[in-house]
Write a protein that binds this ligand. Structure first.
Ligand code: GRF
Length: 208
């Protein structure tokens, strides 16, 4: 049974998609052990409590130094024997000590087809504003493994979503969440939980 930690900062619709997928069997061999947020007001924490899973508030602002926060986050993961860390709208930079300890065991959902519209400062609505400003006809979402860079780790799954002529950033964001994020993030977890994903350097292979 793959033990998951889901890290969140906002509304938690991706977390909800994971919980729903565990309940309806789209995800097997995995359980959420803890939901961790840096934001006390994150509705994702409420979703976790309603689901009956531990909701842990861990904010860099609560510590004198960033290093203290980094160590506390790593400890929180290790003492719960977490196997896979899932970033689901987590807006805190993942500490190097966590990335080192969880090499190829941290995944992130990004709301574009990486390498388009990603990198430092490109998150949330900014991603969709840039996509619309560029005039792309197709956008989508990406699940990738997290390395020391920003949105630079090996790609696991992607799903395209058509951009419509009169899209606003908010409308495009919602369509990408509904049609792509909430589909490929649970799928990625199920594939990993069932031993079907193999990472070799930058290359990811998936057993058919
Ligand atoms: C999603 O758009 C995701 O792509 C991005 O942050 C947002 C999180 O939304 N990383 P939610 O908290 O899962 O609703």
């Amino acid at each position: 049974m793959l033990k998951l930690a889901v890290l969140v900062s906002g509304g938690g619709t991706n977390l909800q998609a994971i919980m729903d997928s565990i309940d309806d069997g789209r995800i097997t061999n995995a359980e959420i052990r803890v939901v961790i947020s840096n934001n006390a007001g994150a509705y994702a924490l409420t979703r976790a409590e309603k689901y009956g899973v531990e909701a842990l508030l861990l904010s860099p602002k609560s510590f004198d130094t960033r290093e203290e926060f980094n160590q506390k986050l790593l400890e929180a993961l290790k003492e719960r024997e977490i196997d896979l860390v899932v970033l689901a709208g987590y807006l805190v930079v993942v500490p190097p000590c966590v990335i080192e300890e969880y090499e190829n065991r941290i995944i992130n959902i990004h709301p574009s087809l990486i390498p388009s519209f990603c990198g430092t400062g490109c998150y949330g609505l900014h991603v969709h504003e840039k996509a619309l400003a560029r005039g792309v006809r197709v956008s989508g979402a990406t699940v990738h493994f997290v390395d020391e860079g920003t949105d630079t780790g090996p790609i696991l799954l992607q799903k395209p979503v058509m951009v419509e002529q009169d899209d606003t950033p908010e409308v495009l964001q919602r369509r990408i969440m509904e049609q792509a994020e909430w589909v490929i993030l649970p799928k990625a977890i199920d594939l990993i939980a069932n031993g079907k994903v193999h990472v070799n350097g930058r290359k990811v292979t998936i057993d058919e």
